[in-house]
Write a protein that binds this ligand. Structure first.
Ligand SMILES: C[S@@+](CC[C@H](N)C(=O)[O-])C[C@H]1O[C@@H](n2cnc3c(N)ncnc32)[C@H](O)[C@@H]1O
Length: 449
């Protein structure tokens, strides 16, 4: 398969979307990082930025459904970029009512001419016109429930089967559909600098449509605009963070003067939340495996005006050798995980993860928890969290940890956390369809005095 040299951005949003989609498919690049880099590098205006985001995420989110529609129309092997261009065009035709179908086809033909030659342009034209004539292919009733749901929602079949086994078919399907909805941007208020009302006023004055989160006390939902460009963000009044991501620190309940350990801390979203809750007193020790990521914690702390955080890079499975045993009031293990709760923000996860990979994660998650146990003070609180919906990494890992340490008390989070969420034996499992936040798991354990 030939690898054509990418064209640079030439002011064409579809061309830019195509380049991002190609890198995601071919080089396993992260869609959200590439998208942000393109937007920042070329200084796109709001209109182009929102179209680029919609085209990139939409095509990626619906990739398997688009391939299903294209399958009967394509004969022989296509170059990667041609296949991606066809997906991008069919996405616009099927899902975007504001773009006239013929305009989507014409744009695709122009791109095919520029990137390839007349022959390819006429192939693209033929396939897309034929799609316009025939319309989307019906998703067959000859398929099993798993196969049909996989095609309809564009999730791999193994993921649908696994979720159906873990949550039942209805919840699994709702989850897959919710993953294809655009995420809501939310920010966390820096309590050391302002109240939520003050931040709402500040954002409102800058023209953002901002509203208080009905779920999380520290959160504000942004409906119009990108909070990364706000004064509130630049001056450290807020952190961009999903509402669900705020729940682990609420469960941890850190207070002024405490000694807190954050074992998987980078880029510091939760470390800084902890430091804010401690009113910039006491000390948060924040570790992560990767030194380049540890630097980001420091940068975030500086922007927020927090100086009670001490960072370090380490394998946190071996921290007990260098830190004093039983010395922390609070420990957060926000563990490395499959990320199946954040598919809405990172749709590439659907296609890049394998079931085998998930099977290997509980080992590292359990080792991190073991280390945390050694470092927790009697009477101290340990929180285990992940951004996945997978039961093996969540509930089963937490249960295995409790079994290994029968002295630990499982804290009933229903008593301290927002009502109307999904609790199982006092542990919290948020699914993406629950309130629009990411899928997250939170469990808390207390060591006896
Ligand atoms: C879910 S992310 C943490 C997100 C972070 N808590 C936040 O809120 O911004 C998991 C982190 O664990 C780190 N990690 C993976 N294995 C680790 C290990 N053995 N020791 C320390 N950190 C590890 C990864 O580099 C990654 O940054």
């Amino acid at each position: 398969m030939s690898r054509k040299k990418e064209k640079r951005w030439d002011g064409n949003v579809r061309d830019a979307a195509l380049s991002i989609l190609l890198s995601v498919e071919r080089d396993q690049a992260y869609s959200n990082l590439l998208l942000n880099r393109t937007i920042e590098t070329y200084g796109l205006d709001d209109k182009d930025r929102s179209l680029l985001t919609e085209l990139t995420y939409g095509t990626l989110q619906h990739r398997m459904t688009l391939d299903y529609h294209l399958e009967p129309l394509v004969r022989g092997k296509l170059d990667d970029w041609v296949r991606e261009l066809l997906r991008l065009s069919v996405y616009q035709i099927v899902y975007l009512s504001k773009i006239p179908p013929h305009a989507a086809v014409n744009e695709a033909v122009e791109i095919a001419k520029r990137r390839g030659h007349k022959g390819i342009a006429s192939l693209v034209n033929g396939i897309l016109r034929s799609f316009l004539r025939k319309g989307p292919r019906e998703i067959g009733s000859n398929l099993t429930w798993e196969e049909r749901t996989a095609v309809e929602t564009s999730h791999p079949e193994w993921m649908i089967r696994r979720w159906a086994e873990q949550y039942g078919k209805e919840t699994a399907r709702e989850m897959a559909l919710a993953n294809n909805e655009p995420p809501i941007q939310t920010v966390r208020v820096n309590r050391t600098k302002a109240t939520r009302e003050e931040v709402l006023d500040m954002l409102g004055e800058e023209g953002f449509r901002a509203e208080p989160s009905p779920v999380v006390q520290d959160a504000v939902r942004i409906r119009g605009g990108n909070a990364a460009r706000s004064r509130a963000f630049r001056e450290g009044f807020v952190t961009i963070q999903d509402e669900s991501s705020m729940l682990p620190v609420m469960a941890l309940d850190p207070g002024p003067g405490m000694s807190v350990l954050d074992m998987c801390a980078a880029p510091g979203g939760k470390t800084t939340h902890i430091a804010e809750r401690m009113e910039n007193t006491g000390e948060v020790r924040a570790f992560d495996l990767h030194p380049h990521k540890v630097k980001l914690i420091g940068q975030n702390a500086a922007r927020l005006g927090l100086d009670n955080i001490r960072t370090g890079s380490a394998d946190s499975r071996e921290l007990a050798g260098s830190l004093e045993p039983a010395s922390f009031d609070r420990i957060l293990v926000d563990a490395p995980c499959s990320g199946l709760g954040v598919i809405r923000r990172k749709p590439d996860i659907k296609y890049s993860k394998s079931e085998d990979e998930i099977g290997r994660l509980p080992d590292i998650q359990k080792s991190l928890l073991e280390e945390a146990y050694q470092l927790l003070k009697p009477g101290g609180l340990l929180v285990y969290s992940t951004c996945t919906v997978d039961r093996e990494e969540n509930r089963m890992t937490a249960e295995a940890f409790l079994e290994a340490h029968p002295d630990l008390e499982r804290v009933d989070l229903r008593k301290s956390m927002p009502e109307d969420l999904r609790y199982e034996d006092g542990m919290l499992q948020v699914l993406p369809q629950d309130f629009g936040g990411d899928g997250f798991f939170v469990a808390a354990f207390r060591k006896p005095e």
